[in-house]
Design a protein around this ligand. Structure first.
Ligand code: AHR
Length: 346
């Protein structure tokens, strides 16, 4: 690991230390940039991973936070993939704040990284900072969640999951599970408001069930992808509704909290309330095997290798696909080989 000043030294070296010796005014400019970057870096959590290779690609990555096991797995995978690929990584954790992500991206621009990648917390509000990256000639890769912009030239491509398909798969399990059942009351605990997984997991789910009069989503509330909020939301839902047949939860972390609330209310998760969750963390697969969860829709955080491959292409000026989606599956109580699943890695 390198400190920020070590990194700056590497970058100065990379951009031509010899020419700086001949042009002292440039040293002042670099010093100014360094101060600005160090100040900008006072928010969030930054670390720098070096390959000790001064000519390797320098990738600035802004992670949105550490709200879930999924996110921690994603962060770990990106670090490990950078190591494997010989990519020098500047990593910033925005702690769930969009303003921290914007500051991080500005610091990457000041450092003149080769490529910027980021996992946007929400979809709107990126145009200004991405216009700055474009003006600096730094290609941008959007990862995990999507952004909403009228100007598609502001980024080079997207890599992540198809959240709409995940919502569809959640509803398809429910159709199979409720085959022959009467009326079904569903509650939904959704993810962070205005984020892509929240929006698309909701719409994919509804697109399958709409028009089938047996299914009613009696309430949908946001648990912000957090375990503690998942528990709070489920307590509220149980207090407000006498009959809840199904919980559709947008991520495992909220599901773990909701299961605690269901058990505290004296109900049996997976039996009194059918539970459908998204992500596929190791703990969720364990609860599926125990019968406390009925269906786990996979959303993989293990996209680090693809990010490195695309970043290398961008740094080399090569084209990349506009969208790259992970291949994902569904695990459910209908599977008979769950015990044989390899470790999930998150
Ligand atoms: O964007 C992916 C989602 O974000 C995952 O489902 C969730 O666990 C994470 O917080």
């Amino acid at each position: 690991m390198l400190s920020k000043s070590d990194t700056l030294r590497n970058i100065i070296s990379k951009r031509g230390r010899e020419s700086l010796k001949r042009r002292p005014y440039l040293q002042l400019i670099i010093l100014g940039i360094a101060c600005a970057v160090l100040l900008a870096g006072c928010t969030g959590t930054q670390d720098v991973q070096s390959q000790g290779n001064e000519t390797s690609l320098l990738l600035g990555f802004s992670q949105l936070g550490s709200e879930s096991g999924w996110r921690l797995g994603n962060t770990r995978d990106i670090h490990e993939a950078a190591q494997r690929a010989g990519v020098q990584l500047m990593f910033e954790n925005a702690e769930q704040k969009q303003e921290n992500q914007i500051k991080a991206i500005r610091s990457f621009i000041a450092y003149q990284v080769d490529v910027i990648a980021f996992a946007p917390n929400v979809e709107d509000g990126w145009d200004n900072v991405l216009t700055e990256a474009k003006a600096a000639g730094i290609p941008v890769l959007v990862t995990d969640r999507q952004i909403n912009t009228a100007d598609e030239s502001l980024y080079a491509g997207f890599v992540g999951s198809d959240f709409e398909a995940e919502g569809i798969r959640a509803a398809e399990f429910l159709l199979e599970k409720m085959n022959g059942a009467g009326h079904v009351n569903i509650v939904e605990i959704s993810g962070t408001i205005d984020s892509t997984p929240m929006r698309q997991r909701a719409s994919g789910f509804r697109s399958v069930l709409e028009g089938d009069g047996r299914f009613t989503i009696i309430e949908s509330i946001s648990g912000d992808f957090l375990r503690s909020k998942g528990k709070e939301c489920m307590r509220e839902l149980l207090a407000r509704h006498d009959t809840i047949d199904v919980l559709y939860s947008h991520n495992d972390e909220m599901t773990f909290g909701a299961i605690e609330a269901i058990e505290e209310a004296g109900l049996v998760p997976g039996k009194d309330i059918v539970i459908i969750t998204v992500d596929g963390e190791q703990e969720a697969i364990g609860l599926l095997i125990e019968g406390k969860i009925n269906c786990v829709v996979e959303c993989t955080p293990l996209i680090g290798d693809v990010i490195m491959e695309l970043a290398k292409k961008l740094a080399a000026g090569e084209p990349i696909p506009w969208e790259t989606y992970s291949v994902e599956v569904t695990f459910s109580e209908f599977d008979d080989d769950l015990d044989a699943l390899p470790p999930r890695g998150y």
